[in-house]
Design a protein around this ligand. Sequence first.
Ligand SMILES: Cc1cc2nc3c(=O)[nH]c(=O)nc-3n(C[C@H](O)[C@H](O)[C@H](O)COP(=O)(O)O)c2cc1C
Length: 201
Amino acid sequence: MITPSHAVKPESSMSVMDAIHHRRAVRHYGSQPVDADTIRALLDAAVHAPTAVHEEPWAFAVIQDRNLLDRLSDSVKEMAQHEAQRPQPAQETQLARLLGHSDFDVFHGAGTLIVLYGRFPGPFVVADCWLAAENLMLAACARGLGTCVIGSSVPALNAPSWKAELKIPTPMTAVAPIIVGVPAGETPPVSRKPPEIVSWK
Ligand SMILES: Cc1cc2nc3c(=O)[nH]c(=O)nc-3n(C[C@H](O)[C@H](O)[C@H](O)COP(=O)(O)O)c2cc1C
């Protein structure tokens, strides 16, 4: 159990608002590895997210083996090819086209993939995992690291063969796969629509 005193000290003075505004989906990475202490600090940030009835319903896998990441990327693309056979929404078709390129690395060359799993089914388990995922990404940003959610890898990660290879217990479900690494260059900001307030009484 991690106590509130924090086993790992945060190493950044970036404010929460700065991290929120500076975080980008980073798709270009340098070759520098992310060390174990940093990974633990990111996981520590993740588990400080709020959870429904304080269930803390998550578990994590850390994959840094290049060969494993390459094989997983290939599986993601294979599954996407199968999916491309049936009618899909436009957003998915665009993704399927990108995934159709044999030399495309779905993990964008990052050396670390952290997968957040829901430990059991439940009405708020997925929400809890995503809250933890955002904590992790903001903590990474505050340390100068880049991250990107790789939603396209969820089906492969939940395939029985990958769960077996990664030794993920059967009841667990991959929710949020996040790549982490040292960014290679700047990622330009993506514009946002202003918040649409539909009711304020
Ligand atoms: C649920 C989810 C799934 C995503 N899946 C992918 C993905 O498979 N591959 C990818 O390159 N980016 C993926 N992204 C990143 C988004 O494309 C990115 O967050 C969005 O374009 C906004 O850019 P920003 O994060 O830099 O603000 C995903 C983001 C979310 C929240």
